[in-house]
Design a protein around this ligand. Structure first.
Ligand code: HSE
Length: 340
């Protein structure tokens, strides 16, 4: 399986680290032996080598701020689309920045790769939140897979869990803490840290989006809610069609007051069915301390899926982070490889 990375930031590097670390194990257990033939990044340059790129060296270059163009292979002139057209690969790993207002340029990248006969794995919420039906149809026509486990709660199973492990169940509600940065900030504010200090720390730890507004205004959770609504409930709505409030208006005083009343603020994303219609929202809620979601602290995410077969199924796990999101791409690759 020949792989091309588009975007070699936190997520791409997280996957690269896993591919190095787990190389022997993946080969032995699953016969899974991918070759990275291309890496392109808006800021770090690009390299294409059909014989395979030494990932360890590529990672060292990326970390040292050295241009990827200097790696063994050829660099391709032009933009990401030119790179996709010229690189011969089986899978595009799309991990460029998320824009949930336009879904671009990532949607164009996914389309170009599918049209070129590649499977696509993406962690980018934009294309899925805004263009899922069209991309899924295109993938179907091309007999390729379009997978995006990492778009919702990172590598913690959610998309694949509902799609495969819970197959045959009717889902009536999906609800939970879908954003790690805001949960981290709320947790730290309750411990006495200022909002700004907590946000800076979340950014340093690699939880926050490139533009943290997307986290604190609720847009990141909104994109995830829109993805869940579209993929599992067939909703056609776009992110900003749903009600969305972030955490910027939550003050330390409000947190203290809630605490005294035995409650805790959580940013809750929710998709549910009401009279056959799909509803969705994102907003801060005061959750009783006795509620399971109140105990979920830091950057951890927790999602409860309500099913007709098992009742509530709750998954708790990391919703952000370098290796965690990198892992989401690895599990999608193993599905594409058909080795599970
Ligand atoms: N910034 C996001 C979060 C990362 O904090 O949850 C994954 O979307």
């Amino acid at each position: 399986m020949r792989l091309v990375f588009l975007g070699f930031g936190t997520v791409g590097q997280g996957l690269a680290e896993l591919l190095i670390e787990k190389k022997a194990e993946l080969a032995r257990k699953y016969g899974f032996k991918p070759t990275v033939v291309g890496i392109a990044d808006m800021l770090k340059g690009n390299v294409y080598n059909p014989n395979g790129i030494n990932l360890q060296i590529a990672l060292a270059y990326a970390k040292a701020g050295k241009s990827l163009n200097k790696l063994t292979g050829k660099s391709i002139d032009g933009d990401a689309l030119a790179f996709i057209k010229q690189a011969k690969a089986d899978v595009l790993l799309e991990a460029t920045y998320t824009d949930i207002k336009t879904g671009e340029p990532a949607t164009k990248h996914c389309r170009a790769a599918l049209n070129a006969g590649m499977h696509v794995v993406t962690t980018n919420k934009g294309p899925v939140a805004l263009n899922y039906p069209a991309l899924q149809r295109l993938a179907g026509r091309k007999k390729k897979k379009f997978l995006f486990e990492g778009t919702v709660v990172s590598g913690t199973p959610m998309i694949n869990l509902i799609r495969t492990t819970l197959a045959g169940s009717a889902i009536t509600e999906i609800k939970g803490i879908l954003n790690g940065t805001t949960n981290y900030i709320l947790t730290k504010m309750e411990e006495g840290m200022t909002y700004d200090a907590a946000l800076t720390k979340a950014q340093k730890l690699g939880y926050a989006e490139a533009v943290p507004d997307a986290d604190v205004l609720g847009w990141d959770a909104l994109a995830k809610v829109t993805i869940l609504a579209g993929v599992f409930f067939g909703a056609k709505a776009k992110p900003f069609d749903y009600s969305c409030k972030g955490i910027t208006k939550i003050t330390p005083q409000m947190i203290t007051k809630a605490k005294k009343a035995g409650k805790r603020f959580k940013l809750i994303g929710r998709v549910w069915l009401k009279d056959g219609k799909v509803k969705a929202s994102v907003g801060p809620q005061q959750v009783p301390m006795t509620h399971p979601l109140a105990g979920v602290s830091g950057a951890t995410n927790a999602v409860t899926v309500t099913t007709d077969t098992l009742g509530d199924v709750t998954v708790v796990g990391p919703g952000a982070g370098r290796v965690e999101t990198g892992y989401s791409m690895l599990i999608d690759l193993l599905h594409i490889g058909g080795v599970l």
